[in-house]
Design a protein around this ligand. Structure first.
Ligand code: HEC
Length: 399
């Protein structure tokens, strides 16, 4: 029953997280696009009213005319939309999922004794600490003198982010490390909204109401942080989908893969932001494509590494016994492993036919990426992995 309830909470949490994330990132991509497409106002008098740029668009059967003021309009409008709850709810629902899946279920998803034999409380504390430390270090760096030099700041940030990727992969299961990396960047993004961008906007509004000059420092700081958020977006979204791909997080060099994809994601964003201005150099997108291609080639599984002579000795009965002992507690129509209400991902090994039909996936998850058994909860041995490998490379026969 407990597993069943957790499944529902996870489903609802994921749904909310996904929808609010779409709303947040969608609005954020739109406003970056809008800002970068503004043209000088055409109407007489608009510039005198303080309008700095405008944009015409047609969407959903209507014409839209957006105008951006250089600072603020002479009179504040009655209704002013803020765009902040999308970000906050994405973070809240993300933390809910993190707590439910990776902290509550730390033995399964976060801890990998082959990486670091952490106790559950230590693993959770390290996870939480990584999120807080990420924000504190980032915020201090931005506020330090380094923050005045974009290029130096970006380089230092990239080095630190890479160190974090490596460090997390030394502590947690690949899956757990990746998600904490994504959550760390996501927390920084929401921290930027909550601690910098929104307070800056509040000051702008307050200044207007009190008839004083707004502090330009707020605007500059907010701009810097939203630029960072833009470049974090694609890497964070990659991490959110990566847990479906053990070929990334399950690899021996998972930390390096994470760094390469982060770089590629940021490069893609650089290209699109430049394209908004109509003068995009193809270099960043080419860099991203080359990085991803090189990565795909570098981590491709090498064929023929299996011990061919062993395959003759492996019988299906042996394979079935290993699967029964190490996999079927979770991967059965009615799992016996506590916390599992249904066969994960619908993968069940109840019958011989099911085992044979899924031989390639068994090989991929158990031998190539070692993502299974998850967290090695069932203590599979290297000899058993070798046995599965020999069976697969010998043709995955059923006798
Ligand atoms: C403790 C429970 C548990 C055990 C034991 C376990 N698995 Fe899994 N398995 C999971 C979970 C959870 C998922 C879903 C992971 C996800 O959501 O990405 C999964 C997913 C899979 C998938 C689908 C992967 C994909 O991305 O499509 C395969 C194949 C698989 N396991 C094979 C195995 C094999 C083979 C074994 C035994 C050597 C095994 N598992 C042992 C929990 C387990």
């Amino acid at each position: 029953m407990e597993g069943y309830i957790v499944d529902w909470l996870s489903l609802i949490g994921r749904w909310v997280h996904f929808v609010t994330g779409v709303a947040w990132i969608g609005a954020s991509l739109y406003f970056v696009w809008l800002d970068n497409h503004l043209l000088a106002p055409k109407q007489n008098g608009d510039a005198d009213r303080g309008v700095g740029g405008e944009l015409w668009a047609v969407h959903g059967g209507g014409f839209y005319h957006a105008q951006k003021y250089r600072v603020a309009p002479a009179v504040l409008p009655e209704h002013l939309h803020w765009f902040k709850w999308e970000a906050y709810w994405t973070w809240i629902s993300g933390m809910f999922l993190m707590a439910l899946i990776y902290w509550y279920g730390a033995e399964i998803y976060l801890i990998d004794p082959d990486v670091a034999d952490l106790s559950k409380p230590v693993a959770i504390a390290l996870g939480i600490a990584s999120l807080i430390a990420g924000w504190v270090v980032y915020d201090l760096l931005c506020k330090s003198p380094l923050g005045n030099n974009q290029t130096t700041l970006s380089s230092v940030l990239f080095v630190l982010v890479s160190l974090a990727a490596w460090g997390l992969c030394e502590l947690f299961s690949g899956r757990g490390a990746y998600i904490h990396f994504g959550a760390m960047l996501g927390t920084i993004m929401v921290g930027n909204v909550f601690f910098v961008i929104i307070p800056g906007q509040s000051d702008l509004v307050a200044a207007k109401q009190e008839n004083r000059e707004p502090d330009p420092a707020h605007g500059e700081r907010a701009k810097q942080r939203s630029v960072h958020n833009t470049y974090f977006t694609l890497p964070v979204l990659f991490v959110m989908v990566s847990n479906h791909y053990a070929l990334t997080y399950g690899h021996e060099y998972n930390w390096l893969i994470l760094i390469v994809v982060t770089l590629a994601g940021a490069a893609v964003r650089v290209y699109f932001v430049a394209r908004h201005f109509g003068k995009a150099s193809p270099v960043p997108i080419a860099v991203a494509v080359v990085l991803l291609l090189a990565l795909a080639i570098a981590i491709a599984p090498s064929p023929g590494s299996a011990p061919a002579q062993a395959s003759a000795k492996v019988t299906f009965a042996q394979v079935r016994e290993v699967v029964q002992k190490r996999c079927a507690g979770c991967h059965a129509r009615v799992p016996t492993q506590p916390g599992f209400a249904a066969a994960p991902k619908g993968v069940a090994f109840d019958t011989a036919g099911e085992i044979v039909a899924q031989a390639a996936q068994i090989h991929q998850q158990t031998v190539v990426t070692k993502a299974m058994p998850i967290g090695n909860l069932t203590n599979i041995t290297d000899a058993e992995r070798a046995l599965l490998e020999a069976w697969f490379s010998g043709g995955a026969n059923v006798e």
